[in-house]
Design a protein around this ligand. Structure first.
Ligand code: WQD
Length: 329
């Protein structure tokens, strides 16, 4: 298949491009490079020894996006491009609602116009809000605590309605749990701008000495050791989930959790990182971070049954590969 990957130079997008190419698909990347680097394109080529097409395009520029659809025969779109900083979305809600929702509208409009029938969307486990764990795809979505999460829930609804009205348009809504780690080559990975918000990039920067110590947000949750529990998933497993999802996409709208089904606490992740990489991570316990939930992990049986996909990599590989990438920077 010829797949248009929006946000293909980003963290999850770049790993997905590698796995698409490894599975003999062709890739066209559309990325405005607002939170990614042009060098990533070459690294994808280097890892796979395959060529790709790259357009420096912002997909909310409909004319520019349309020029890609009109000049290529596209079989499917995987839509990653979007803003993803939870805290910033609270400060700048309109920036998030506008960018993340308009891009979904424009891309689905172009898919209908150019007869592109497969659409895979980057959603997030955050849409489950404070449901009971494990999160199951059939649960009602509860309000999220931030505009970023709302843009994911709203985009899911838009795509669902578009698919209802256009029977040949098939949609896969992929709800990611907590993607971490990097490609085992150490060539691509996550490099957030500024001080990281997420736990793993924070840990790797402390390990490198860029940051002094980790702050653990709360140890009074009702969890194994009081710290927050999440379902961390290796980004290469996540990327493989996208390949399975686009290859197996049937008519209609399909929702899948992409996680491991295993919960890991903040302290467990710190200790695993220390052990695997033989580096001490200084930390202190501070108060809870507003908007955090205690526990999040997936029920993964639907993806396993319908996509034939299952995460294979564990916490060890996640810690090893995240560190390998940071070390190489
Ligand atoms: C994980 C755990 C923190 C940082 C967020 C978004 C979600 C998705 C992924 C992305 C929690 C604790 C963290 C730190 C800490 N979006 N923590 N010290 O909050 O589960 O999910 O990122 O693009 O929509 O909400 O992930 O990595 O921020 O936090 O103690 O410095 O680590 O409290 O328990 P989260 P996270």
């Amino acid at each position: 298949m010829n797949i248009l990957v929006t946000g293909g130079a980003g963290y999850i997008g770049s790993h997905t491009c590698v796995e698409l190419l490894n599975n003999n698909h062709s890739v066209i990347i559309a990325d405005n490079l607002s939170n990614s680097k042009i060098e990533t394109i070459d690294k994808i080529k280097q890892i796979t020894d395959k060529d790709i097409l790259f357009y420096k395009v912002d997909v909310i520029d409909e004319q520019a996006a349309e020029s890609i659809f009109s000049s290529h025969q596209i079989d499917g779109v995987i839509h990653f491009a979007g803003f993803k900083a939870v805290g910033e979305s609270v400060e700048k809600p309109l920036k998030y609602y506008y960018n993340n929702i308009v891009s979904t509208i424009i891309l689905s409009r172009l898919c209908i116009k150019y007869n592109v029938n497969k659409f895979v969307f980057s959603s997030s486990a955050t849409v489950y809000g404070e449901n009971k764990v494990p999160f199951v795809e059939t649960m009602d979505l509860l309000p999220t605590t931030n505009p970023y999460g709302e843009t994911k829930a709203i985009s899911e609804r838009i795509l669902t309605d578009v698919a209802k009205a256009n029977h040949s348009f098939s949609v896969s809504l992929l709800r990611y749990f907590n993607p971490v780690g990097a490609h085992e080559s150490g060539l691509i990975g996550e490099s957030p701008n500024g001080i990281p918000n997420n736990l793993m990039p924070y840990i790797t920067q402390v390990a490198k000495g860029k940051l002094q110590k980790l702050r653990v947000f709360g140890n009074d949750y009702d969890t194994v050791d009081g710290t927050g529990v999440r379902d961390y998933i290796h980004v290469v497993d996540l990327a493989e989930g996208h390949v399975a999802s686009v290859e197996r996409l049937q008519e209609g709208v399909h929702v899948y959790n992409l996680g491991t089904g295993q919960g890991t606490s903040v302290l467990q992740l710190i200790y695993a990182f220390e052990k695997v990489n033989n580096i001490k991570i200084p930390y202190e316990i501070v108060g809870r971070r507003p908007g955090d939930i205690a526990v999040s992990y997936a029920c993964v049986s639907k993806a396993e049954q319908e996509l034939g996909w299952k995460a294979k990599r564990g916490i060890k590989e996640m810690c090893r590969d995240a560190w390998k990438f940071e070390e190489n920077l």
